[in-house]
Design a protein around this ligand. Structure first.
Ligand SMILES: Nc1nc2c(ncn2[C@@H]2O[C@H](COP(=O)(O)OP(=O)(O)OP(=O)(O)O)[C@@H](O)[C@H]2O)c(=O)[nH]1
Ligand SMILES: [Mg+2]
Length: 315
């Protein structure tokens, strides 16, 4: 998708993913100087990947690739190692680079799910802003009726984006709110309706059942919907995010992922583990609390930012 903001977003991603000391790329260049790229260097790299939560499967795949290249004498300096590492990571991420297209249905119904505090409501605010900038008519549904503050928080984002909001009192049945919202979105001819839900642990089966019910209510109003079930994952959760994804997927059929809080996490390698394991589209990433700290997932740019960070300005 053409996106004028994308270059500056990539620049910010490079800056934010690579806080000194927090990341696998830290000192990658210093790992090697004066040394050959040998088994010892690769072992150190392997440890870094595992520490950054890249996971055993993806790390093995990446290291196999690099070891083959070393055996063929193709990696004789650090620049080549960095390039080969970036390529190996890109190869794992690329299948998940599938931008969300909301032009397939009107209204496009987007259900947002995830554990407590993963960044669902913030992501909805960022999405509302993004779609509004694309001149879409956006409606938000305050399906998190658990806390009054949650409804207010969504209201603030709706105001900022100039989006409509459908809400009821705290404590209301989320299914009722969602029913109203999808019905209103149809009658007002909104382009997209984004449904917020209360955070829940994948292990809380009654709350997962509530989510299934919300899904059924949506379908009653609009049989083709939801058109996207977006699971929001906090990258700081590391391997736990993988478990959450598997369980939410089983309960409500996730069709896309958002990875949040990639700013300031040492566990951002989880994106690679998730891509390798789940093969679900990664639609967007979050790099902070503001509307601008958000962008479409770009596999090569992400891999480049991860590996080279700020040390390379081009690209
Ligand atoms: N640094 C950073 N903070 C974020 C990001 N996304 C969300 N946050 C912050 O994380 C906190 C929780 O975000 P919410 O959007 O309220 O999370 P939620 O999933 O809606 O939470 P519940 O409704 O309680 O389940 C807030 O303080 C957000 O500002 C991000 O990408 N980076
Ligand atoms: Mg919320």
């Amino acid at each position: 998708m053409a996106d004028a903001k994308q270059p500056s977003f990539i620049a910010r991603m490079r800056a934010k993913l690579n806080r000194p000391g927090s990341w696998l790329s830290y000192d990658l260049a210093n790992l090697v100087p004066g040394r050959k790229i040998d088994a010892e260097v690769l072992d150190e790299l392997e440890t870094r990947l595992l520490t950054a939560d890249v996971g055993v499967e993806a790390t093995t795949q990446i290291l196999d690739e690099l070891r083959k290249k070393v055996a063929r004498n193709e990696l004789d300096d650090v620049d080549k190692l960095i390039a080969a590492l970036t390529d190996a990571i890109t190869a794992i991420l690329l299948p998940t680079q599938q931008p969300l297209n909301i032009n397939t249905h009107k209204p496009f119904v987007l259900l947002v799910v995830g554990v407590n505090g993963s960044g669902k409501t913030t992501t909805i605010g960022k999405l509302a802003r993004r779609f509004a900038d694309e001149r879409k008519q956006v409606m938000l549904a305050a399906g998190d009726t658990f806390r009054a503050a949650a409804i207010e928080q969504l209201g603030v984002w709706a105001d900022r984006a100039g989006a409509d909001i459908i809400q009821q009192q705290a404590g209301a049945d989320p299914g009722a709110v969602v029913f109203d919202a999808v019905t209103a979105a149809r009658s007002r001819k909104a382009d997209v309706v984004i449904i917020d839900t209360a955070g829940r642990l994948h292990s809380q089966s009654h709350l997962m059942d509530e989510l299934k019910k919300v899904r059924r209510v949506i379908q009653r109003v609009e049989p083709s919907a939801p058109h996207e079930v977006l699971l929001v994952l906090d990258a700081n959760q590391g391997q736990n995010a993988l478990t959450q994804a598997l369980q939410f997927h089983e309960a409500v059929g996730v069709t896309g992922l958002v990875l949040t809080k990639l700013d300031g996490t040492a566990k951002g390698g989880i994106v690679i583990a998730i891509a390798r394991r789940l093969k679900l589209p990664i639609r967007f990433i979050g790099l902070g609390e503001q509307a601008d700290d958000f962008g479409e997932f770009d596999a090569r740019a992400f891999a480049g930012a991860l590996v080279s960070g700020n040390s390379l300005s081009a690209g």
